[in-house]
Design a protein around this ligand. Structure first.
Ligand SMILES: *Cc1c(COP(=O)(O)O)cnc(C)c1O
Length: 378
C-alpha cells in the first residue's frame, strides 16, 4: 500500500476550527496569528487539570505558552495523559528546580564565540537564527533564550556569525537552528543560505526545525524553491510521537523531499510521551513511510523544571534494543546523551559485543534475539 493511503497517515483537517476558511487554515501565518497563547484561550477550548492551570500561570516567567491550531487539534482533550498534550501544555512541575538541573544544561553559553553561534565540535557550528518558535516544547533545552519569557535579550548577530564562519576554514558544516529557523521569511532564508553557500569551505548545510510538525502549512512551494536553489540542504525534524505523523505532515515531507531535501528526525525521550518501545516502533516506522530517517533519540537535557518529563536512561537503551533487528535498520536512531556542561553528544548503545573478547581469539556476541555467536577476532 502506498503510505499516502495508509490509515495511520490520514489528514486531520480543520477539526475544532471547522468554521475557518480553508485558505486561512492552509496559511502558516494564519496558524501563527491564531496560536493559543493564554490560559483563557486554552480553557475556552478544553478543560485543564489543576497542575496544568498552575503551570500556565507560571509559564510567562519561564517559557511562553504557544500552540498552533493545527497542533492543538492533535491533542486528545479528554485524556489528561495525552502524549501530545504533555509536550506543549505547561504543568506546575515546571516551577520545581531539581538537583543537577540548570537553564543552560549543555553549556552553550561558554561555547559561543559570537552571540548566537555555538562552536563545540571541530568541524561544525550551530547557528541560532532566531529565538522564536511556532509552539513551545515544555522541555526546551534553550528555554533560557527562546520565547523571551526570561528577558534573555537574544540578538543573533548574523554578520559577525558569518564573518566567524568565513574566518574559520575548519567549519565545513553549519547547522541552522534556534528557535525555529523556518519562522524566517523565505526571503531571509534565501539570503542566509546564499551567504553560507558563498563561503568556500562550507560543504554541508542543515536546518533543525519543528515547524513542519507544528505547522506543516509552512512548507510552501516558495520555501521548497529556496531549499532547492541552495540545496542540498538537509533537514532534521523533531517528531516525538506517532500521532504527530499526520497526512498534513506526510505531504509537507513529500514536498521537502521532492525539493531535494534529505530528511532526518530527532526525538527526545520523554516520560509519558514516547518512553515505550511499542510507541517508538510505531513512530520510527511511520517516519520511514514519510521519507524521514530517524537520526537521534536524545535523553532529555537537564533543563530546569523537566524532571516530570525525563525518563530513565535505561528506558532509552531498552527501546533501541527493541528496535535493532526487530525492524528496518533505517528506522533505528542513535540514542545519545548530550553531556551536561558541554561535552557534546555521547552515544549510548545496548551491548551486543563482549568488548573484552576483542583481545582474545574469538569475539563473543549476542544477536537481537539473545542468541550467542562468535567471530574470529583477527
Ligand atoms: C548537535 C550539535 C551539533 C551537530 O551534531 P551532529 O552530531 O553532527 O548532528 C553541532 N553543534 C552543536 C553545538 C550541537 O549541539
Amino acid at each position: 500500500m502506498h503510505p499516502r493511503e495508509h490509515s495511520d497517515l490520514r489528514r486531520r483537517g480543520r477539526g475544532l476550527w471547522a468554521d475557518t476558511a480553508e485558505s486561512d487554515w492552509d496559511d502558516w501565518n494564519w496558524q501563527l496569528r491564531n496560536r493559543i497563547t493564554t490560559l483563557a484561550e486554552l480553557e475556552s477550548r478544553m478543560s485543564l487539570t489543576r497542575e496544568e492551570r498552575e503551570g500556565c500561570l507560571f509559564a510567562k516567567d519561564r517559557l511562553a505558552l504557544a500552540i498552533t491550531p493545527y497542533f492543538f487539534n492533535l491533542i486528545d482533550r479528554e485524556n489528561p495523559d495525552c502524549p501530545i498534550r504533555r509536550q506543549v501544555i505547561p504543568r506546575v512541575e515546571e516551577s520545581y528546580v531539581n538537583a543537577g538541573e540548570s537553564t543552560d544544561p549543555v553549556g552553550e553559553e561558554h561555547t559561543m564565540p559570537v552571540p548566537g553561534l555555538v562552536h563545540r565540535y571541530p568541524d561544525r557550528v550551530l547557528f541560532l537564527a532566531t529565538d522564536r518558535c511556532a509552539a513551545y516544547c515544555r522541555y526546551c533545552t534553550r528555554s533560557r533564550l527562546v520565547s523571551n519569557a526570561r528577558h534573555y535579550d537574544f540578538h543573533p548577530d548574523y554578520e559577525r556569525a558569518l564573518r566567524y564562519i568565513g574566518e574559520h576554514p575548519e567549519v565545513r558544516d553549519v547547522l541552522i537552528s534556534g528557535g525555529d529557523p523556518l519562522l524566517l521569511s523565505d526571503a531571509k532564508l534565501d539570503h542566509l543560505l546564499g551567504r553560507l553557500r558563498a563561503i568556500p569551505h562550507v560543504e554541508f548545510i542543515r536546518i533543525g526545525t519543528r515547524m513542519p510538525v507544528f505547522a506543516p502549512q509552512r512548507v510552501t512551494p516558495g520555501l521548497c524553491e529556496v531549499l532547492k536553489k541552495h540545496g542540498p540542504v538537509w533537514m532534521s525534524l523533531h517528531v516525538n510521537h506517532p500521532d504527530e505523523c499526520t497526512g498534513e505532515l506526510f505531504e509537507a515531507c513529500e514536498r521537502l523531499a521532492f525539493s531535494g531535501t534529505p530528511l532526518g528526525n530527532q526525538s527526545v525521550l520523554l516520560k509519558g510521551v514516547n518512553d515505550d518501545a511499542a510507541v517508538m516502533k510505531r513512530l520510527v516506522q511511520r517516519l520511514l513511510m514519510m521519507r524521514v530517517r530517524p537520526y537521534y533519540l536524545y535523553a532529555c537535557d537537564l533543563i530546569s523544571g523537566s524532571a516530570h518529563l525525563r525518563a530513565p536512561v535505561e528506558k532509552g537503551v531498552e527501546i533501541i534494543r527493541a528496535l535493532r533487528g526487530h525492524t528496518s535498520g533505517y528506522a533505528v536512531p542513535q540514542f545519545v546523551i548530550d553531556a551536561p556542561g558541554g561535552g557534546g553528544k555521547v552515544p549510548v548503545n545496548p551491548e551486543y559485543v563482549d568488548m573484552a573478547s576483542l583481545d582474545a581469539d574469538l569475539v563473543r556476541m549476542t544477536n537481537f534475539e539473545g542468541r550467542e555467536f562468535v567471530y574470529p577476532a583477527r
